[in-house]
Design a protein. Structure first.
Length: 173
């Protein structure tokens, strides 16, 4: 791990311990993570009740109201099921070519996605996806050493505008 990455992870750890406000902690976390993995948009999804991912912080989306507060059942979403079940990073290099990819309201432009589980001990507590307007950026991020999934929080996803868009599922519960 290089010095810049180590310093960024240290800053993220400090951000998590300096406030009791979940909103403040998640915003600081997104600040720190943007220095690790370049993105145009990102979100933090918390695993609640062991079966659903809820977007608790989002940044960079054209219509953030469509993204923030969204809820997805892990069981009905193959990519999220893999992320939660394997507790390992998941990369979708081309969302248009991946049959498991589901377009959600507010994320129609996502072309490349990487999700990283956030672990507290051995338990998955959250996931961090981020997105970029360039698929090349996603390729660079996936070839770089991945930040430790045991770090306080570290996931990402990337996007490029779509030529066509499949229907989204909105806010499934």
């Amino acid at each position: 791990m290089d010095a810049r990455t180590a310093e960024t992870l240290r800053a993220a750890n400090m951000a998590l311990t300096q406030s009791l406000s979940l909103e403040v902690v998640l915003e600081r976390l997104l600040d720190c993570l943007s220095r690790l993995v370049p993105y145009d948009s990102a979100k933090v999804m918390l695993l609640e009740e062991g079966w659903r991912l809820v977007v608790r912080a989002a940044r960079g989306y054209a219509d953030p109201e469509k993204v923030e507060g969204s809820v997805w059942s892990v069981a009905s979403h193959g990519i999220f099921r893999r992320l939660v079940g394997e507790r390992r990073s998941v990369l979708v290099a081309d969302t248009e070519a991946d049959r498991k990819w589901i377009v959600h309201a507010g994320t129609e432009d996502v072309r490349c996605w990487m999700g990283v589980p956030l672990l507290a001990g051995r338990e998955l507590s959250a996931a961090w996806p981020s997105s970029s307007a360039l698929t090349a950026r996603c390729a660079r991020a996936s070839s770089a050493p991945a930040p430790s999934s045991r770090a306080p929080a570290t996931p990402s996803w990337a996007s490029t505008p779509r030529a066509s868009s499949r229907a989204g599922t909105g806010r499934p519960s």
